[in-house]
Design a protein. Structure first.
Length: 109
């Protein structure tokens, strides 16, 4: 299993558009990407300009398939720049390099 936890700092006036896109992504991945284990979107109660995403995949092939999806390509191809001021990979202990994490132990099947 591989996973990412990402913090998005959203541009002013673009949060609802980003959330709508991510909500559509949840539906599409649930229907079309069987290798996607989790795609969870969170709002910050402390900062209205922040959105968090936790995504997990059964392995490298599932993550690679996700990156080829129409939704991912649209986001990377321009929607990210329209909606997002900046983004960074996070872990509970603080920022980490934006790479893919590999689970060492998990309860997920």
């Amino acid at each position: 299993m591989i996973a990412k936890f990402i913090k998005f700092n959203v541009k002013p006036g673009k949060k609802e558009k980003l959330l709508d896109l991510m909500k559509r992504g949840v539906q599409v991945m649930g229907d079309d990407e069987p290798g996607t284990l989790r795609f969870d979107v969170f709002e910050s109660s402390d900062d209205d300009s922040v959105v968090y995403l936790y995504e997990a995949y059964v392995g490298e092939a599932a993550f690679a398939a996700h990156k080829q999806s129409e939704m991912f390509q649209a986001f990377i191809g321009g929607l990210k720049d329209e909606y997002v001021e900046s983004w960074e990979g996070l872990m509970p202990e603080g920022p980490v390099e934006l790479g893919t994490l590999t689970a060492i132990a998990t309860t997920a099947e």
